[in-house]
Ligand binder design. Structure first.
Ligand code: UGA
Length: 436
């Protein structure tokens, strides 16, 4: 089956490469000629483990190609995916759908065979209706259906998530749409991935509800962590104790500095907007957004407290280990590290940082932070070391070396990757999250 993927960003590229790996004939399209030229040279525009090899092998096999020319690239495609960005609109938090609608218009103007148009971009409820209206208004005489098929890919684990999904959600309004989508996902029938067919608006809402629920779960455990610190409990034990209840589930109960990334912050805001537009308040999501925002800066204060409070902190140096919003990505969007670095700088603290992948993108976002070649270089002369992102490389630091290099043996572990007893036994003052 021929598939066209419009938008060769994170979602489009991962999805396109995986569809090709399933045996489909895929063309990934993008307006940016520099991006397409690089992809043709095997250079990935994003950091995602395994993606370069997957692209390379499928290009070699002749199943994956790249193009800037939408009208000719969508010819004979049975499914045309729209996977362009839907950033937060400046000012009001609504998802900006101008890229999605522009693609729909272009498809309407150039469609030359029957096809299913699939929105894979994260789009608010009702976007599929508008895409359908745009296609109808184009006067194109080919048969088409507009389907919603949200993605549930985690950065850093996207290929695995695509190939072994918990579920595939398809929002279709007619048999043509359902039939073609069945064909698209047939390769996944073998590993028995459940496909859930629902109506288009439900599918669009499932995406936002899933992300908002996960953001709520994280925020809930983060507040429990604060309470644990006050009452002398251990949040990791609390997570385990509640997560063993199948109705709750163990995942997404790791307390930390607050969620970030390109999805949870943007999607929770967009959901609030939808709720407002339909006069159906979602107060829980509202609270989650506010609690998470204030948490990021509070983490800066936690580090300042470890330095002895605001007065003592001025002029001291902190080594920040990890800048990206989570490991195995170079993504800095809404990373807690940004708010933490800012809070430290505002308090007159010097910051040296190291991140395995994120420093190039991070530097302009935190111009006052001194980016280092290694964790140990950042630690040299530091009055405290703060672990902000749980990269594997930080899980087994040579604590003796850290103690030698740092000015003071203070470790603030915002991801709970160390055991308090071990670190204290090594002679450190140790602060973590939700462990009194
Ligand atoms: C998230 C969802 O997990 C995906 O299912 C979804 O497809 C994607 O958004 C999207 O909408 O495109 P992602 O943003 O890549 O994926 O990252 P997550 O692994 O979900 O982590 C999000 C944030 O939550 C990170 O800042 C992470 O550190 C934080 N987190 C996660 C916690 O603080 N605790 C946890 O237990 C889990």
């Amino acid at each position: 089956m021929k598939i066209a993927m419009v938008g060769s960003g994170y979602v489009g590229l991962v999805s396109g490469a995986c569809f090709a790996d399933f045996g489909h004939d895929v063309v990934c399209i993008d307006k940016d000629p520099a991006k397409i030229a690089k992809l043709e040279d095997g250079i990935m525009p994003i950091y995602e483990p395994g993606l370069d090899a997957l692209v390379e092998s499928n290009v070699k096999a002749g199943r994956l190609s790249f193009s800037t020319d939408l009208p000719s690239a969508i010819k004979e495609a049975a499914a045309i995916f729209i996977a362009v960005g839907t950033p937060s609109r400046r000012g009001d938090g609504h998802a900006d759908l101008s890229f999605v609608y522009a693609v729909a218009e272009e498809i309407g103007a150039s469609l030359s065979n029957d096809a299913v148009i699939v929105t894979k971009s994260t789009v608010p409820v009702g976007t599929g209706d508008e895409v359908e209206r745009i296609l109808q208004a184009s006067g194109n005489s080919n048969k088409f259906a507009v389907v919603s098929n949200p993605e549930f890919l985690r950065e850093g684990a996207a290929i695995g998530d695509f190939k072994r999904p918990d579920r595939i959600v398809i929002g279709a309004e007619d048999e043509f749409g359902r039939e073609v989508m069945n064909e698209v996902y047939r390769p996944l029938f073998l590993n028995e991935s459940p496909i859930l067919f629902v109506n288009r608006r439900s599918s669009e809402l499932i995406k936002y509800a899933a992300n908002a629920f996960l953001a709520t779960k994280i925020t809930f455990i983060n507040e429990m962590a604060d309470l644990c610190e006050k009452v002398g409990a251990n949040v990791q034990d609390v997570s385990r104790g509640i997560g063993m209840d199948n109705r709750i589930g163990a995942k997404f109960l790791n307390a930390g500095p607050g969620y970030g990334g390109s999805c949870f912050p943007k999607d929770t805001l967009a959901l609030l907007k939808t709720a407002e537009d339909y006069d159906s308040p979602t107060r829980i999501v509202e609270a989650v957004v506010n609690v998470n925002d204030s948490r990021k800066r509070a983490m800066g204060r936690k580090v300042i407290d470890a330095l002895g409070g605001p007065d003592a902190a001025r002029g001291k140096k902190v080594a920040m280990l990890g800048l990206t919003f989570k490991p195995n990505t170079d993504d800095m969007r809404d990373s807690p590290a940004i708010a933490i670095a800012l809070a430290l700088r505002d308090a007159g603290v010097d910051v040296a940082a190291f991140d395995p992948e994120g420093m190039e993108i991070a530097q302009p976002l935190m111009p006052d932070v001194n980016m280092c070649e290694s964790a140990y270089e950042a630690i040299e002369g530091a009055d405290a070391v703060a672990i902000v992102t749980e990269w594997d490389a930080f899980r087994a630091l040579d604590l003796r070396r850290v103690k030698e290099l740092a000015k003071a043996p203070v470790l603030v572990d915002l991801r709970n990757i160390y055991t308090p007893e071990d670190v204290r036994a090594a002679g450190f003052t140790y602060e973590s999250i939700g462990r009194a």
